[in-house]
Structure formats: C-alpha cells, structure tokens
Write a protein that binds this ligand. Sequence first.
Ligand code: BGC
Length: 574
Amino acid sequence: MSRSRTAILAALALVAGASGTALAVVPGDPGIAAVPCTVDYQVQNQWSTGFTANVTVTNLSAAKTSWSVKWAYAGNQQITNGWNAKISQSGTAVTAANESYNGALANGGSVSFGFQASYSGGNALPTTFTLDGVTCNVDGGTGGPTDPGPTDPGTPSTRVDNPYAGAKVYVNPEWSAKAAAEPGGSRVSGQPTGVWLDRIAAIEGVGDGMGLRDHLDAALAQKGSGEEVVQLVVYDLPGRDCAALASNGELGPTEIGRYKSEFIDPIAAILADSKYASLRIVTTIEIDSLPNLVTNVGSRPTATAACDTMKANGNYVKGVGYALNKLGAIPNVYNYIDAGHHGWLGWDDNFAPSAQLFYEAANAEGATVDDVHGFITNTANYSALKENNFTIGDSVAGKSVRESKWVDWNRYVDELSYAQGFRNQLVTAGFRSAIGMLIDTSRNGWGGSARPAGPGATTSVDTYVDGGRFDRRIHIGNWCNQAGAGLGERPQAAPATGIDAYVWMKPPGESDGSSSAIPNDEGKGFDRMCDPTYTGNPRNGNNPSGALGDAPVSGHWFPAQFQQLMQNAYPPLP
Ligand code: BGC
C-alpha cells in the first residue's frame, strides 16, 4: 500500500518538475496550455491474478506515421500478450509501438490497443504516459498544487476538472447564523457547509426557512465576479437509511415514482435555470444508501430487513441512477456519489463489491459514468483523516496492525488513504480516470486533551494502535453524535493527490439523531445508537454507542455538540 503510493507520488513529482505546471487542458478553458496528447487507460476486466486493459491514445499535435506510447507500473503488473500494438516490457517500463497497419495518426486522431497482464497485490493505474517521448496527461492527478489534473477525452462537458480549484464555496446563511449565535462560534461561522435537501419540502423551504432558489440566489450574491461552488446534499431516497432509524425519511420503500417526480425533477428544473449557470453546483448523492446494499443485506450478521427490501426492489439503485442522469444533464452540476468511509467499506469483502454496485447505479435509469464527477467519503461520519502514529503496514510484537481489535483486518486506517485507494478501485470498476474525491472533515478532527501525542506502547498491537490513534471512538462503527469529536481540517481545495477538496458537508452542530424517542413530522425514528446507555448491535460489534446525551432529532441544532466540536477542533481554533 504505502509502497505503491510512494511510487505514484514520485512519478507525479517527476512530471511536474519536467514540464512545469501546465500538464493538461480542461475542455472549454482557453486559459490553460494544450497537451500534445491524451491517453485513456481503462481496465476492462480484472480477476485476482490478472486483468485486461484497453488504451486509447489521441494525438493533439502534428500528424504521425508511426508512434510509441510508454508508461510504467507502480506494482508488479506483467503484460503477457497484446493486440493492435507491439507491446514490450522491461521491469516496470512498458512500450507499445504501432503495428504496420496502424502507424498513421492524424492530428486529432485516435488509436486503440489492448492487452492482458498478470499481477498480484494491487493493480494501481499508471499515472504518466508519453507519446513519442512527450508527456500526454497524468491520469488520476486531480489533486496536488503542482498538478492541475487531467483531461478526459471522453467527457462531453465544459466542466472544470476540480470545481473547488480557484473558487469560493457558499456559506449557508442559516447555518452561519446559528454558529455565530453560539459563544465562540464566530471563529467558524464563515465556513462553507452543505445545504441538505433532505425532504420534498426543503426544495421550497421548510417553514420560514430558505428553499433551493433562495440558497442559489444568495450564492450568486456571494459569488461576485469570481467562481462560486454551492454544495447540495440530495437525500430523500425511498426507504431511506435502511440500516438505522435516526434518518428514516418521508418516502416509503416503494415510492420511487414520487422520488422522481416530486423530488429530483423539481430540483433539476431549478438547477437548470440559466440564471444559475455561472455557479459550480456540487451535489452529494444519497449518502449511506448504496453501501448499505453491500454490507447490511443477505446472510451478513449486520443485515436488516429494510436493507434486504431495498436491495430486492432496486429502488436505491434506480433512484441514484435517476438522480445522476437528471442532474448530470445540467452542464454546471458536479455529481459526487457518497462512498461511505474506511470503517465501513475498507474491508476486502466490501471494497470491490461497492465500487461495482456504484458502477451499476451509475449506469441505471439512463445515467452513464459521464454523469459522475467523483465521490465523497466520510459524509457526516467521524473517521480520522490521517492517523500519524501507525500505518497499515506496521507490525508490533509479531502482529500486523491489521490484527488489532480496532483495525480488525481492515485494509485502511484512515480516510485519506481510503479515499485515494478507493478512487483507484472506482476507476478499475469503470469510472472515468479523472474522477476526484471529497472528504467530509466537518467532525473528524479528534483534537483536545485526549489526542495522543505519539505512538502507543509496543507491548502489543492493541496497546500500540489504541494508544496512538487519534480517532477516540469506542468502536469504528459508532456514528451518532460522538463524544470527544472535534472539527476537522477546514474546508480547502486540492489538499492531496486525487482529492478535490476537504469539505464540511455535514453542518457541524446539527444532530445525527435524538438520544431518546421524540415525536416529529419528518419521518425520523429513534435509533438507540444515539442513546448513550445503549450497548450496541452487530454493526458496532456490540459496543457502547459513545453518543452524547440530550440530543435533538437528526438535523436539529445541538448546541452542546457544537461547543464540543469547537473545543476539540484539530487543527485547533484560534
Ligand atoms: C438528517 C437530515 C439533516 C442532515 C444534516 C441528517 O442526519 O437526517 O435531516 O438535514 O443530517 O444535519
């Protein structure tokens, strides 16, 4: 894991150093120098020991009569046979040269070839390609400051590669006012947070609250002459929140028709208004839904009847596909699908199957992968961004960190490594190589007095991990109003390779669920994971919930939680 990541970073650094910063062109953006060529490298099929891939090269400079494409692997991939190119490999370096019949490559022309290869461990995608010695594009580089990111020849859109780059992000006046009214809250009330479209009524505005047009109008006012991102959470699937009760919604499991006509269609109609065409509208699509269909169904000990129902009736997949298709048809909308977090999908049983299910949903109801700009992890969750005191590769007293109780055979120990690793898996599953990731850092700071100052004792792998981990939850499956949590990294663009932004999609201070049953007209249930006296269920290994007491219904303002999040912020607040 860390070996291949180092190799990728090294490759990126090398390219940035060799050719300056203008590595790629964004379609429709005349301000950036053109690349001489693009390469689209797609893994077609993958099994445990091998894969097939297809490579399409587009020549954007003078016409050629012969060509040669080169790349290097970070892992032990070994090409065994190819077609439509003469392919040779020396160590990790691969050269694909034209056959006698396809050497001619016009300006603007493309050529494709394919191959089969073996591998073991990971099948990380190559990051750099050259055509006749000239760097084409850097696949997957949607992040770092020296890397403006790739273009994808298959994307028919004027969207920019990273909507957050060079843009302000909308500050929701309603959240901002609540934050500012809390003692000390003005330190964060200017931060951008997500606007949750969590019920049909939210489109027009609940009660006296702002509706979608009100938010977009306010965003235009904040925009001025610069670029402005607006972050929306699209969250009202039929049978919502099938593995929990705190965020059950208004639509029953079969009400897919209403989801389409009363929720997605009206949202799409507003977003398509030409008045809003200058905004970069980021959507987080339906958190928690598809992951539940992988982990909480069938014979799994964590299965629930409600998730089995949603899997069987297909309405999560259809709803997500419909939303992607309708919203993706609007040129200034950037769809990001929710991708759980490492403490959910980071296990081998869940990782590749989730990417496959996302791909299925992205091809349902008229959607295609071109409707997907990226994915978001850790939405409204608490998983630490980066555990500095141990890595997945460490061993202590003869045992791997993976064997610790906390990690429990997961492949990842934190969100950043998970988001970057899952990004590769998604590309392998068929998503565009230019996808970018968002990470919700609203509540994963884990600062304050309980934050370990260094690694844990090496007595056992458990003392080592438990003594060193920043994430102070009792169990990684705990998700409701966690005691001890703090604000995480402040929202920022392009913080790391493959990451479009750290965002505060969950507005800090809004409850995850009530600590006891509270009647409400939002469809919200009472989930005992929000009750501090609860001793757990199979989804949190039957551990105490770790939740704060006296919490209101999910989405409602929870001052005590907001105070704790500021108190334990990491990086700390001034
Ligand atoms: C709730 C939503 C709320 C959101 C943001 C979710 O848990 O179900 O109603 O808008 O959190 O606070």
